[in-house]
Ligand binder design. Sequence first.
Ligand SMILES: [Zn+2]
Length: 271
Amino acid sequence: MSAKIPVSEDISRSVKGIFDTHCHYDESVFDSDRRDLLDEMFESGTVSGLMHASCDLISSQAGIKLAEEYENYYCAIGIHPTYIHFREELPSDYIDRLKMLASHPKVRAIGEAGLDYHDKSADREEQKRVFIEQIKLSQELDLPLIIHCRSAYGDLVDILKKHPARCICHCFGGSAETAAELVKMGHYIAFGGALTWKNAGKPRRALKAVPTDRLLFETDAPFLAPEVFRGYRCDSRMTVYAIETAAEILGIPAQELADITRENAKRIFDI
Ligand SMILES: [Zn+2]
């Protein structure tokens, strides 16, 4: 992932006004050229907005700092299910701390929060507790919730039935049936680079179950680069590859899909 596509290289394939609903520009792989990259993406018009997803209190604070520097950089604050004991121990008053951070005007979502059963080292009951506490926080603050879910869609749907929230299911990896059920419950579904990968049959089938007014695109940068850039550091310009793949599947021009999904993002994030 350390190999970088130069900032000067035009990889946006002429699609403009992308909203990347999930990225991590606090990651150290951006330390050498973070400003140049963000300046180029925003000034060229390739990217019209970004949602920084946070994994713990450290990345929540870093996201707010970046959001203060760029007009169209927004921030979600939250605790990722595999970060409860990672990097720093989750303090017992973390909900109060998140609440304080959420008073910043650029904070437009809680997350990423959720369940990760792929990571066997993370205790499932503890994950559920921290997830439900953040669902309640999102409801109390009237902010949408960005969900990370890996190998846990059954429990996710059960929990959301008991604890209603307005959610964005990031990097959706569930079935078409689960996508349809989550849409019926009022949630948004986001797809990224994984849609372009070989053997992407499952997310491509799920995509077809999501109406365009509930669809979002993202990168999860610096992770999950699209097929053509596998092995490279991912950045928000690459959102266009997921959009192009989806546009072809859905029979919609890529720019039109970029426009529709940008407006969806602005609506759910109240921008
Ligand atoms: Zn993420």
